[in-house]
Design a binder for this molecule. Structure first.
Ligand SMILES: C[S@@+](CC[C@H](N)C(=O)[O-])C[C@H]1O[C@@H](n2cnc3c(N)ncnc32)[C@H](O)[C@@H]1O
Length: 331
């Protein structure tokens, strides 16, 4: 039996009841971009009465941190491999997080990459909704431009108050565990900056998770005659962009007998990009099913449902066949 601390985020609800995941109700702290996990390890050991969730994009770090946590039998930590924007916006109920730590987040210095920077305006807006009143955000960085960018964004929300008059202090607090990057920069005598913000009151507006998720697998039934090889012989990529979603369909792989096909598609909902597959299948002489395939364990979102519907419509427009039942859940 595995004792891994890694959670499969696709199996979690939007939002998640974290006390159920941890099996106990106590303060919830989050570390974003935990890297090799040494900070998470130390802080979880120091505070056994708190639950810790580590969020990290890089799979090799998630695996490494998991191994170390298991070896040390640290029980109060769970790990997620996911973009922190999606994790914070979709997996946390409002007013659920006590403390957020982010140590040496990537500064993404080019202005065209501002959207990727943690603690951009949208991210701070998410934090406003997800932190409890009195909840704190701790950020360490060696990059003065990034430091100023973060201070500027927090200052746009009067729900947050900085612990420091000018928005930061130089050097890390004495008891603050050192991360790999902290050690690296200290060895090089780089200046380190520490930021701390507290949420003082509830935000006037709540951040709503921009990813619409549903539980049922979308599918469409069609009735009539169609030879998929002929219908898709001149298939051009179909692309649709609307309401914060993007769908790009193709290529299509048709079985030589023309009775079954698999369509590859790329979908985007807000910051979630997925590569999905849609299966077209003959169910009886004149009945066809177009359905989302389980390959890759897709999360069913608006763009995914749209992809299924677009393929069904493409078939219906090509041959003597019509849609008899649309179970995509779309208008
Ligand atoms: C410069 S490293 C710092 C790692 C560690 N905190 C330390 O101080 O040693 C930044 C880390 O943040 C992770 N990261 C970057 N963007 C992220 C995001 N949007 N969500 C989660 N993790 C992210 C990267 O994969 C990387 O491991």
């Amino acid at each position: 039996m595995t004792n891994s601390r890694i959670l499969n985020w696709k199996e979690l609800s939007f939002p998640t009841e974290w006390s159920e995941v941890f099996g106990r109700s106590c303060p919830l702290d989050v570390e974003i971009g935990f890297g090799d996990g040494r900070f998470l390890f130390q802080i979880a050991l120091a505070y056994p009465d708190r639950n810790f969730l580590g969020i990290e994009l890089a799979w090799q770090f998630v695996r490494k941190a998991d191994r170390k946590l298991q070896e040390a039998a640290i029980e109060n930590v769970r790990l997620l491999q996911l973009d922190a924007f999606i994790a914070l916006a979709c997996l946390f109920p409002d007013d659920s997080i006590d403390r957020i730590y982010s140590n040496f987040p990537d500064p993404w210095p080019k202005s065209r990459h501002e959207k990727r920077r943690l603690f951009n305006r949208e991210f701070v807006e998410i934090l406003c909704s997800k932190l409890k009143i009195g909840g704190k955000v701790y950020i360490a960085t060696d990059n003065a431009d990034f430091r100023n960018f973060v201070i500027e964004n927090f200052s746009q929300f009067d729900e947050f108050v900085s612990a420091f008059e000018n928005g930061f202090r130089e050097g890390l607090p004495q008891s603050y565990p050192l991360t790999k990057y902290a050690e690296k920069w200290l060895k090089l005598n780089r200046k380190l900056y520490f930021l701390e913000f507290e949420l003082k009151r509830k935000p006037s507006k709540r951040f709503v998770c921009p990813i619409e998720r549903s539980k049922t697998m979308p599918h469409v039934f069609l009735k009539g005659e169609v030879d998929l090889l002929k219908a898709f012989s001149d298939f051009q990529t179909i692309e649709q962009k609307a309401d914060g979603i993007v769908v790009k369909l193709g290529p299509i792989f048709v079985r030589p007998d023309g009775r079954e096909a698999l369509v590859e598609a790329h979908t985007v909902d807000w910051r979630l990009t997925q590569r999905i597959f849609i299966r077209i299948k003959r169910k009886s002489e004149d009945t066809w099913l177009v359905k989302l395939d389980h390959i890759g364990h897709p999360v069913v979102t608006k763009s995914v449902k749209t992809a299924v519907k677009l393929i069904a419509q493409a078939i219906a427009s090509k041959a003597d066949i019509e849609i008899t039942s649309d179970r995509t859940g779309l208008e």
